[in-house]
Write a protein that binds this ligand. Structure first.
Ligand SMILES: C[S@@+](CC[C@H](N)C(=O)[O-])C[C@H]1O[C@@H](n2cnc3c(N)ncnc32)[C@H](O)[C@@H]1O
Length: 198
């Protein structure tokens, strides 16, 4: 099949990889990706982190694309794609060292974000980490004019979507037993938030 291609995922994979190199340890084994999308990130990162089993997940409608990217990447250190939509499906995997998710918190409703964080908090044990990439607001403010326009576009398309507040996400994570490890500034007004389960 002609694989769906997300230009943004191509652009941000390098900068995200630089952060993941700092954050992923040699003894980490199982990483669950929520909202794998086209599968571009996972098929690129799984190649780089050979000690990991990269577990793809997303809504069923994206599975064909993810499978095509996996096949073309020629990786074998993966599982899935698993069917997972926060708010609909049960949390899809066990014994996870890391949860990684990119550009999903502004797509799903805030209720589904909270459901996801609750499930992650229940599933992950002490020492596990969660990496969340995407745009975030700080102190209720957009960090750029382009993020403000992006948020407007998102809300017109789906009133339940929209750029989330850093403080609100951090609070939800802390309530479920996580501590913020690092808040990376990323290109194009994005952030990568790294949390540790304590
Ligand atoms: C903007 S795409 C990001 C895809 C990919 N992670 C990337 O950065 O290129 C958002 C993804 O979130 C998924 N998604 C939407 N709602 C979701 C939910 N409730 N639970 C899990 N994934 C969801 C979509 O199917 C889509 O693949």
């Amino acid at each position: 099949m002609d694989k769906p291609f997300a230009p943004a995922a191509q652009r941000n994979a390098g900068p995200i990889f630089d952060c993941l190199k700092e954050l992923i340890d040699s003894d980490d084994r199982r990483l669950l990706e929520i909202g794998s999308g086209t599968g571009q990130h996972g098929s690129y990162f799984a190649k780089e982190f050979k000690q990991l089993t990269w577990i793809f997940s997303d809504l069923e409608q994206n599975h064909q694309a993810i499978k095509a990217w996996i096949e073309d990447a020629g990786i074998d250190n993966y599982e899935g794609p698993l069917k997972y939509e926060s708010g609909v499906d049960a949390f899809p995997a066990r014994k996870i060292d890391i949860v990684y998710t990119a550009n999903t918190f502004h797509i799903m409703s805030w209720k589904k974000v909270k459901t996801l964080i609750k499930a992650i908090g229940k599933e992950l044990r002490e020492g596990s980490r969660v990496f969340i990439y995407g745009p975030f607001n700080y102190n209720g403010q957009f960090t750029s004019e382009s993020n403000k326009e992006f948020d407007q576009m998102l809300r017109e398309r789906d009133p339940n979507s929209g750029i989330r507040g850093f403080e609100e996400v951090k609070k939800q994570m802390e309530d479920k037993g996580f501590r913020l490890l690092k808040d990376y500034e990323m290109p194009a007004n994005n952030r990568l938030l790294a949390f540790l389960k304590i």
